[in-house]
Design a protein around this ligand. Structure first.
Ligand code: SF4
Length: 342
């Protein structure tokens, strides 16, 4: 694994202000804490993992799920931005019906991987074949989109924002202390209706599970976007009224056998209670940084009890080799005391 210590980034529209994941209270006043949707999600999962990945900068090697996710995101963004002709789809719907619309949507799937150029942000074909079933995920997604198109007003079918970065600087009150925080995130898609209501929608390439943990995790991710848009000083988002959120899982539901069935798509009105719970988590993250003194030993970040190892560390953590807490549950008592510095 590589270690790339975080560096300060300029905060958009805030001259002379920089944000960093490794912020601590002794930094100069022009440096503030940076929080992204994924850094907050990691903190909610395990504070120790957050410290290792974001504060120390340990980079997980890319795995198949990450590569598949990026390739599907890039291709879908490209289809919506560059390939889909709404007038053509509309004519097919009026004259020939669902099968013709679905065939058209399927024909838009790039035959090889596409990648965004770093310079001009224009997606280009790479000529590289899909190797991780990305085309199957895209085909299922396009069928869901063809179905959505059959029921939509074509004027509002395309997203009003497609993989859009949003930034906000907020002042949070942490036990009476005011702390400036830079929130940043890339929303997958925003959709609008004729009344100005906005729907924020997330794309995942994994499977959906009907568990409270999974639902809460997704809903809190969406709550982060809702809060970000409300607080952003970007004129595009100032008066935006976000009424709904939702998500797709292109591998379908956990009960589906491999690639049978459609994608899992979920939509619900914005839940204020979840936004408030997300804010509580955000404040806990800021509190952990207020205790951090740049000593790189992670003491400032509380760690889940060792009972979590079997269910959290072992199956889900790629940075356990860097974690001083991993493996303590099974360590002989004397060694454990020594390892913990007692
Ligand atoms: S090994 Fe466990 S406690 Fe350590 S960072 Fe990973 S998930 Fe967190």
């Amino acid at each position: 694994m590589k270690i790339k210590p975080p560096r300060p980034h300029a905060v958009p529209r805030q001259p002379n202000l920089y944000s960093t994941y490794s912020w601590h209270p002794n930094m100069a006043d022009d440096k503030i804490l940076r929080v992204s949707k994924s850094s907050l999600s990691t903190f909610q999962f395990c504070e120790q993992q957050y410290f290792i990945k974001y504060v120390l900068g340990v980079k997980e090697p890319e795995n198949d799920a990450m590569v598949r996710g990026t390739n599907v995101h890039d291709a879908y963004e490209y289809i919506l931005a560059e390939k889909l002709d709404i007038h053509q789809a509309h004519a097919l719907r009026d004259n020939q019906g669902f099968q013709a619309v679905d065939d058209y949507f399927q024909s838009l799937i790039p035959k090889s991987q596409v990648k965004k150029g770093w310079e001009d942000k224009v997606a280009k074909y790479t000529g590289k074949d899909y190797e991780l079933d990305e085309d199957i995920h895209l085909s299922k997604l396009m069928k869901a989109e063809a179905n959505r198109f059959m029921k939509s007003d074509p004027t509002w079918f395309l997203p009003s924002a497609n993989e859009r970065t949003i930034d906000a600087v907020v002042e949070l009150d942490i036990n009476g202390k005011k702390v400036l925080v830079h929130l940043t995130g890339i929303v997958d898609r925003l959709f609008q209706d004729g009344d100005g209501n906005v729907h924020v929608h997330e794309l995942k390439t994994g499977k959906w599970k009907d568990t409270t943990t999974k639902y809460e995790g997704m809903a809190k991710e969406m709550a982060f976007y809702v809060y970000l848009m409300r607080k952003s000083d970007d004129p595009e988002f100032g008066d935006m009224r976000v009424s709904h959120w939702g998500w797709d899982h292109t591998a379908g539901h956990l009960t589906d056998t491999k690639y049978e069935g459609g994608i899992y798509r979920f939509v619900e009105p914005v839940r204020v209670k979840v936004v408030s719970e997300m804010l509580t988590d955000l404040k806990a993250l800021v509190s952990a940084h207020l205790r951090y003194e740049d000593n790189f030993n992670g003491k400032s970040f509380a760690v889940k009890d060792s009972g979590a190892e079997r269910f959290i560390c072992e199956p889900w953590c790629a940075v356990k080799g860097f974690c001083p807490k991993y493996g303590r549950a099974t360590m002989p008592y004397e060694m454990k005391q020594k390892a913990e510095g007692n």
